[in-house]
Each structure stands twice: as structure tokens, then as C-alpha cells.
Design a protein around this ligand. Structure first.
Ligand code: KG4
Ligand code: ZN
Length: 339
């Protein structure tokens, strides 16, 4: 079954062709970073406009790369939410038009659930139950995946998402956007023990997170150093900040495994691309005999292959949302399951 996946929830216009939810035949992502970077974050109106320009060429490229055509596509999967409404509407409208014109089934899927599916897509041996840490620019969730499509939310951020904290700290230091990959690279040259930034909610008994206070601590540190006319050691600041984020994410995720009595953890979302996060998880999981999975970098950040893989799950069971599909995430099964 050949599925065409479409993803336009934020600032990447993406399309992919995936066979039977497993084999990626193409995975095209048109980034808008150069448009948004000068603003230090995504400008929703500019994002929607760029999606309109990019969506048809990106879909055409995905079909071409997969050496296929719309005639051979068996169904469509599109991100229904969460995301920027104007951006989502572009992907959904094009997907609905294609489905209608070609008489194809179409399903709207949840972006976060798509991130979780990136691991199923790449790791054939992955079996439920497991705990998934979904860390992106908009979300930080700990989710118990009881079985495919059956979820329990264990914890989430009470304010900023982990990726948002990376982006905001990079902005404070004028490092560029998105901050995550830039900080990841710079932190390799810094001393993570240099500045004792707080580990928010580490001792709290819940599995929730909070990152906005950490960002403020970085800001206060920078202001204090500036006032004292001390030079800022940027690499040490970002390494120490990153270590604080990683420590909290790892500690809470391991606690979730203990609570749920499972020994498998998957990382998902853009922040799962972080090299310090991956290596700390690898070390800690090895010590405890836990199995760790994370997607390749290209499948951590936003992409449509994960959307097609999740779409296969629904389409192969005969689901078709054509008339009911709109940009309302509260209608996706995932959102309902998470409540
Ligand atoms: O999943 P994603 O591509 O989009 C959302 O669904 O939000 O995640 C984007 C987020 C951004 O905040 C970005 O800074 C962060 O992921 N990110 C990283 C890295 N690569 C991307 N954060 C830390 N280290 C990275 N290597
Ligand atoms: Zn995402």
C-alpha cells in the first residue's frame, strides 16, 4: 500500500511516499529557516504563504523521488494538528483536493503521534509497551504507549517546551534560529559543569516538566555578568544550559519507566536529534539494561514520512475522513486518548 504523506504544521513543507508503513520511498522537506531566522522564530503568516508556494513542488518531488505517480498512490495522510492553523490549512486543503480528484481515501493524523511513529517506521523490532519522550519545539510529553494507537499521558511541560527553551536561549545569545542544532554544536566545545543552572522540577514527584524558569535563569546570569562587565563564555553557557535540560529529561523519563515497569524508551521530536541527549540516554539505559530507540536525525525533526507511516495504520484498516477532515486537533484519536 503506497501512502502519500503531507506535513505543513509549522515551518517545514514536507511530503513523502511510504510503502506499507515501513519502506520510505521518498522524504522531501522544504525548510523555511532562511525566512524566519531573522525574526528569531516562526512568523505564522509568512509560514502559511510559503507553504502555498512550496506544497505542489514538494509533492511533485516526493512522487518523482519515489519513482511513482499519483496513479499508483493508494491513500493520503495529512497532519491535522496541532500546529499553526494557517499552515495546517494549506496541507489539509491540498490533500483533500487530491483525494477528492483522485477518489482516494484520506486520513488526518496527529503530529505528535506522527513523531512517535517515526520510531516504528525505522525500528522493525520495536514492540509495545514502551515509554515515549516526545520533545519538540511545541511539546514536551512523556507518553506510555500501551500498544499501537493506545496511549496514556504520563507528564508534560507546564510552560515552555524543551525545543522552545533551546530556541529562546539561542535568541538571548544572538546565535540564530532554530537554536537547538546551533546550541548542540557549540555545546560540544563548552564545559557543561561551568554554570550551575537549576534543574526545574527534578525533585518533584510528578512526571511534568517546566523550562521557562531555566530560560530566565540563563537571562539573569547573562545580565549579571554584563553588569559586572565580565566576558560571556558562550560555549560554557550553552553547554551548562543544555546539560540542565538533558538531566531533567533523562531523569523524568527513567522515572516513567520505573513507574510503568517497562524497559523500553523511545525518543521523538526535534530535540531527540540532540547529541548530548542521545548519549546521556544511551549511557543511562545501558547501565540499567533498558532498550533505547530514537529515529535518525531526518526523522526526528518534522517530516512527512512519519505522517505517512501513521496514516498507513489507519488507512490499512479502511478509515477515510474525507468529509469530516478539518484543522481541529481535538478530533484526532490521539488527542482524545491523551485526555
Ligand atoms: O519536531 P520539530 O521539528 O518541530 C516541532 O514539532 O516543533 O522540533 C523543532 C525543535 C526546535 O525547537 C529545534 O530547536 C529543536 O527541535 N531541535 C533541537 C535539535 N534539532 C532540532 N534541539 C536540540 N538539539 C538539536 N540537535
Ligand atoms: Zn514536530
Amino acid at each position: 500500500m503506497l501512502i502519500l504523506g503531507i506535513e505543513t504544521s509549522c515551518d517545514e513543507t514536507a511530503a513523502a511516499v511510504v510503502e506499507d508503513g515501513k519502506r520510505i520511498l521518498s522524504n522531501v522537506v522544504a525548510s523555511q529557516i532562511n525566512i524566519h531566522s531573522k525574526f528569531g522564530g516562526v512568523v505564522p503568516e509568512l509560514a502559511s504563504r510559503k507553504h502555498i508556494q512550496n506544497i505542489i513542488p514538494v509533492i511533485s518531488e516526493a512522487l518523482l523521488d519515489a519513482e511513482t505517480s499519483l496513479d499508483k498512490i493508494d491513500g493520503l495522510a495529512v497532519t491535522q494538528g496541532p500546529g499553526l492553523v494557517g499552515s495546517l490549512l494549506v496541507g489539509i486543503s491540498v490533500a483533500k483536493a487530491l483525494a477528492y480528484a483522485r477518489g482516494l481515501p484520506i486520513v488526518g493524523v496527529d503530529h505528535l503521534e506522527g513523531h512517535i511513529y517515526a520510531n516504528f517506521l525505522e525500528h522493525n523490532e520495536l514492540i509495545t509497551p514502551f515509554v515515549s519522550l516526545v520533545v519538540s519545539g511545541g511539546h514536551t510529553h512523556l507518553i506510555y504507549v500501551k500498544e499501537k494507537r493506545k496511549y496514556e499521558k504520563l507528564g508534560q511541560t507546564l510552560d515552555d517546551a524543551a525545543g522552545e527553551a533551546f530556541d529562546k536561549v539561542a535568541k538571548l545569545l544572538n546565535l540564530g534560529y532554530p537554536g537547538g542544532p546551533i546550541i548542540d554544536k557549540l555545546a560540544k566545545e563548552g564545559n557543561p559543569e561551568d554554570i550551575p543552572f537549576p534543574r526545574p522540577m527534578l525533585k518533584d514527584s510528578s512526571l511534568n516538566f517546566s523550562f521557562s524558569g531555566l530560560k530566565t535563569s540563563v537571562l539573569n546570569y547573562l545580565m549579571k555578568e554584563k553588569k559586572s562587565e565580565n566576558p560571556i563564555n558562550t560555549v560554557n553557557v550553552v553547554a551548562s544550559f543544555q546539560k540542565a535540560v538533558v538531566d531533567v529529561l533523562v531523569e523524568k523519563a527513567l522515572k516513567a519507566l520505573e513507574i510503568k515497569k517497562v524497559e523500553v524508551i523511545t525518543l521523538a521530536g526535534g530535540v531527540a536529534a540532540n547529541s548530548a541527549l542521545r548519549s546521556e540516554f544511551a549511557k543511562r539505559c545501558q547501565e540499567r539494561g533498558y532498550k533505547l530507540y530514537y529515529p535518525s536525525i531526518k526523522l526526528c525533526t518534522d517530516n512527512a514520512a512519519m505522517i505517512a507511516a501513521l496514516g498507513y495504520e489507519l488507512l490499512s484498516k479502511g478509515e477515510n475522513h474525507i468529509l469530516s477532515l478539518h484543522e481541529d486537533v481535538s478530533k484526532t484519536g490521539f488527542a482524545i486518548n491523551l485526555k
